[in-house]
Design a binder for this molecule. Structure first.
Ligand code: F6R
Length: 369
């Protein structure tokens, strides 16, 4: 049942191109616009929305953090992202014009369920992004956009995460389409890029052997740090979470711009630091800032593991290890940048003799607090 792979996690990582394609299937019409009939919230209601609040836990929360960049950019609607466990116990400011998005692979996570009930009590519409048909979270929501990752067995979420991202982009683009923003042309272009993204994920998977080899050399390390900016920041958080849960290593993700506000003190000789580099095209200011961050940490002895777009030559002099990913629009980069981090964590876990599919102390579905 593991389809020839040693672990479900490896199988599920390999299934990502299909999972991504399946999640897009039937949702982009031949004219290049989106049809999300499942979102049973009428276009007129969607036009009235003045705030989006995303609630989720763990990896799904990281998908939400990335969604915020996309939603605010393409729709100009303010978007907050909150851990469901925090949201459910506070007094959030919501009303009938707020759209709450609950993201959950299992559809059974207790905190996320309680957060959505909390939102509905205040009259907000709830849209679930979920991978499990008929589970509790979509049943209690006003509408649901299913991710089509197929069953995810490994405790660590991989393919579900990529499909959560796809669903979030679809929602962001759809809201943009329905409401009409000045980004109309960009939205059309991104829909095209999205429809090709599964091939890019496939290409990343074909180049993972050096990442595995690198991971094996780091098995005796105590700490790995992850840095990113913009959508690369949640990718860094996700890379760190995967490493904690699978390799049982101290791993932390930081916004690169925060280095000087504390984390740079952690940089010492030979500490591995994974840096997610934004595309040098488009918003090049992000790229240039991160190149100087890489220089700074390397000057202090860090071993830099740089994830950068093909053709980005500016990073080469400062990368002790360079992992290439295909060029994508900035907002879509997490779909390709996360994959090497999954492979990295999985291989480190194996090298440390850990049980990959069933990490200690963790459960696939967290139905208690
Ligand atoms: C990490 C992981 C967890 C889940 C979290 C939410 O790899 O799997 O952090 O993402 O427990 O689970 P769902 O998405 O089922 O609500």
């Amino acid at each position: 049942e593991k389809g020839g792979y040693d672990y479900f996690m490896l199988k599920e990582i390999a299934e990502q191109p299909k999972a991504v394609a399946d999640t897009l299937l039937g949702r982009i019409d031949p004219s290049g616009s989106l049809t999300l009939d499942e979102v049973r919230i009428s276009p007129s209601e969607l036009r009235e929305i003045d705030k989006v609040v995303i609630v989720a836990c763990g990896t799904a929360f990281h998908a939400g953090l990335i969604a915020k960049y996309a939603i605010e950019h393409w729709t100009r609607i303010p978007c907050e992202v909150e851990l469901a466990s925090e949201f459910r116990y506070r007094d959030p400011i919501l009303d009938g014009r707020s759209l709450v998005i609950a993201i959950s692979q299992s559809g059974e996570t207790m905190d996320t369920l309680m957060a959505l009930r909390h939102a509905r009590e205040q009259g907000s519409k709830v849209l679930a992004i979920c991978n499990t048909n008929g589970s509790t979270i979509p049943r209690e929501s006003d509408a649901v956009l299913y991710t089509h990752a197929g069953p995810e067995v490994a405790v660590a979420s991989t393919k579900a995460f990529l499909t959560q991202l796809v669903a979030c982009y679809l929602v962001a683009l759809y809201l943009g389409q329905v409401r009409g923003t000045k980004w109309g042309d960009e939205i059309q272009a991104v829909i095209k890029d999205l429809s090709r993204i599964s091939e890019e994920v496939e290409r990343v998977l074909e180049t993972m052997e050096p990442v595995r080899a690198l991971a094996r050399t780091l098995a005796a390390k105590n700490t790995v740090l992850f840095l990113g900016r913009h959508v690369g920041y949640p990718v860094a958080l996700e890379g760190a979470l995967k490493l904690k849960e699978l390799a049982y290593m101290h791993a932390e993700g930081f916004a690169a711009g925060e280095l000087k506000h504390g984390p740079i003190a952690l940089i010492e000789e030979d500490v591995p630091v994974v840096v997610v580099v934004p595309s040098p095209r488009g918003r090049s200011v992000l790229h240039d800032k991160i190149v100087s961050n890489i220089q700074e940490i390397r000057a202090r002895g860090a071993r830099t593991i740089v994830i950068a777009e093909e053709g980005d030559e500016a990073v080469v002099p400062y990368a002790d290890h360079l992992i290439r990913i295909p060029a994508t629009p900035t907002l879509l980069q997490p779909l390709v940048a996360t994959v090497p981090l999954q492979v990295f964590a999985c291989e480190l876990a194996t090298a440390r003799g850990n049980e990959v599919d069933q990490p200690r102390n963790l459960a696939k579905s967290v139905t208690v607090e």
